[in-house]
Structures are given as structure tokens and as C-alpha cells.
Design a protein around this ligand. Structure first.
Ligand SMILES: [Zn+2]
Ligand SMILES: [Zn+2]
Length: 265
């Protein structure tokens, strides 16, 4: 774990622990809940393989597909004001993320990677770190590749990466946050908590990472009033520690379970 990652994690904890305390959705949920240590291991160690993988995937993609976009387009794109670039990036990246995320739910082999994230049974900001590196590299890679191909500036992409990360942690946080009618436009904790619900009506819903209206457009929105799910998680037999969770998707199906349905997400 590098020093920068440790500082980021410490600052993140100093921001989210008080927020979760003040606006708790489940006040009885403890900070040191079950699986706390495992999720802490993710927060500390998972960043390294993800960063390595993302750099590899994006380098490969830009080297092999860079010719698709004329240089003049890249110049025009990167000369736009940064706020406009970031706004466009959020839209482009989240449309790609939406479909990549849907694919991870629909394709059984991909689901085995994504199931690790859906094995979270007590949601909070720390649990949001529990993502299989392959899952994160492919979904994030897919949404970042078009940004590099189109020529968005490093500053705009960096700012977007920060916003995306902060938003993702908030979506998993143990908070009740009423954003009124905006909840049909922007992904809220309630929106993403339903994505993690262990309830049939909520399976395969709310795929967007930031823009909830993408789910409205494609008919996959599930936001019943102010209600929140009773329980989270899946039935798939996900092991309980980091190393075994990393290995889980590669272990032959018969050795871990019978036949998990992809609709169990
Ligand atoms: Zn999912
Ligand atoms: Zn999630």
C-alpha cells in the first residue's frame, strides 16, 4: 500500500464516518460490522491491481484504436472549458458503464466476478470498495477508453475520476439522503441500495453509476417511493475473505455451487 492511498483512505474515513453517523439509514449498524476487516483489505490493497490493469487496458486500447478519431477532434475536445468536458465525460462514461454493468449481470462468466460486489450484506462507504479487480478494470476501462480516444484533457478525466469515486462511495454509504425529484436524474444512495437488494422486484435494476435517468430511459429503474430494501446480498456461495473472493470466479462452477442464476443479482 502506498502512502498516497493510505492518506486518501484516511481522509475518506474522516469524511464518511461522521456523515454516516449523522444521517444513518441504519443507526444500529456498527462501524466494525461483520466483514469490516475484509472490506478494509479491499480498501488498502485492491487499488494496486486495479490501477495496473486499467493502465494496461487503456494503453492497449488507445494504441490500437487511436487512429479511429482524427487529431482535430481531440484538439477541439480538449480545448473546451473544463466544466463542459467533465459534463460530457459524465454522460459518455455513464452510458458505457450502464451497458458494461448490465453485461456483468447478464453474462454468467462475468457475473461470477461481479457477484463478489453483490455479496455485500451490510452496505456502507467501506463496503463500496469490495469489487473484484477484473470487474473494476473492465467496467471502468470500458467507460474510460472513449474518453481517451476522444481526446479529453488529463485534468478533465482526472476530475471526473475523483467525482466518480466519491459518488460511488456515497452510493454505498449507510445514509438516508433525500434529494427530492432529483433522484430520477442522479443516482442516490437509495437508488444504489436497491441495486444491492436481495428482493426479486429489484433484481437487475438501477445499473447506472451516476445518472439515474439512464435507467429510466432503458426501463430498468426501481425506486419505490421512499422505501429502502430490507436486506442486501445474493444467494451465490461467495467465500468470506479477499484471496478466496479473488479466486472465486476462476474456480470451476461445480466446486462452489450448483448453478447460480444471473437473475439473482
Ligand atoms: Zn451490479
Ligand atoms: Zn454497489
Amino acid at each position: 500500500m502506498d502512502v498516497l492511498n493510505f492518506k486518501v483512505l484516511l481522509i475518506t474515513a474522516l469524511i464518511f464516518v461522521p456523515i454516516e453517523h449523522l444521517f444513518a439509514l441504519r443507526p444500529n449498524q456498527k462501524i466494525f460490522r461483520r466483514a469490516f476487516l475484509n472490506d478494509l483489505v479491499y480498501a488498502v490493497f485492491n487499488n494496486a491491481p486495479i490501477t495496473l490493469g486499467l493502465v494496461a487496458v487503456i494503453t492497449l486500447a488507445t494504441a490500437s484504436m487511436g487512429w479511429l478519431v482524427p487529431k482535430s477532434v481531440g484538439t477541439a475536445v480538449s480545448l473546451q472549458p473544463i466544466w463542459l468536458q467533465v459534463t460530457e465525460i459524465v454522460l459518455i462514461a455513464d452510458i458505457v458503464f450502464y451497458f458494461a454493468h448490465r453485461a456483468f449481470h447478464a453474462v454468467p462468466f462475468l457475473w461470477r466476478f461481479h457477484a463478489v460486489h453483490h455479496s455485500i450484506e451490510e452496505l456502507d462507504w467501506l463496503a463500496g470498495h469490495r469489487i473484484h479487480p477484473v470487474d473494476q478494470i473492465l467496467t471502468k476501462g470500458a467507460s474510460f477508453i472513449p474518453l481517451y480516444l476522444l481526446g479529453y484533457s488529463e485534468e478533465a478525466i482526472g476530475l471526473f475520476a475523483f467525482i466518480f469515486h466519491a459518488h460511488a462511495l456515497l452510493l454505498h454509504a449507510n445514509v438516508r439522503l433525500n434529494i427530492g425529484p432529483l433522484r430520477w436524474l442522479v443516482a442516490s444512495p437509495q437508488f444504489h441500495h436497491w441495486h444491492h437488494a436481495n428482493e426479486r422486484a429489484a433484481y437487475d435494476k438501477n445499473f447506472a453509476g451516476q445518472l439515474a435517468f439512464i435507467d429510466v430511459i432503458f426501463g430498468t429503474m426501481h425506486l419505490p417511493g421512499n422505501a429502502v430494501p430490507e436486506r442486501y446480498g445474493i444467494e451465490d456461495p461467495i467465500p468470506s475473505n479477499y484471496i478466496e473472493q479473488l479466486a472465486y470466479p476462476f474456480v470451476p462452477k461445480g466446486k462452489t455451487d450448483e448453478a447460480p442464476s444471473t437473475s439473482d443479482a
